[in-house]
Ligand binder design. Sequence first.
Ligand code: PGA
Length: 260
Amino acid sequence: MRKPLIAGNWKMFKTVDEAINLTKSIKAGVYKVSDCDVVICPPFTALAAAAEVLKGGNIGLGAQNMFPETEGAYTGEISPIMIKELSCRYVILGHSERRQYFSETSTFINQKVKLALKYNLIPILCIGETLEERESNRHFEVVKEQFDESLADISAEEVVRGVIAYEPVWAIGTGKTASPEQAEQMHSYVRRLLNEKFGQEAAERVNILYGGSVKADNALSLMRKANVDGALVGGASLKAEAFAQIVQAAVDACSAEANK
Ligand code: PGA
């Protein structure tokens, strides 16, 4: 059985001081949790301070992006080595906001995934369709294309070290969540794509997170689905209590599964 993962994507929120306070509250809220991996992804500027607060605890640290080179003349960018130095084990790659506002393509994201793996970071690769693509019934096709291009030239041994997040763009920050059935339908499709490309053993090992308006009150029904292995949480990860409740929902869904 896959251990669930709940990752908080703080986006461009929280100054260093605010991040220290939020990290402390989250740490206090989830300190007993061992049946679920918990990760927070503050902005770059707050990573060092958050790492200090997280020391010795059970919460992992992640960055929200990185550039696919180790160093060089890339003004404004951050390398995998730099985020590793700040204790990051995870990195979110290909978030739809990066694709939308910074024109990131799946081919470019593929370079990032490869370099993240090379430096032993755990990529949280985001894929998902827009509202228009869903309404024109192209959501499976779009997700397949993003999957194929973002994971080009990656081996089965490598893919199991990463995480995939299905985030329908129409559900991000809109308050509109995919129904548990819609999420499960796409997650089992992604699992099938994993199976076809990397084989069954690898496919069974990869965590597929759902993201898009996950809140304390909808988390349990989403995570009860067989192929929903956790969540990438935006807005609700900025509130320690809501975030802890989402983590608890993942633990509850997992123990219900184990008792079946
Ligand atoms: P949301 O964001 O939970 O605020 O919808 C999710 C994400 O963008 O990862």
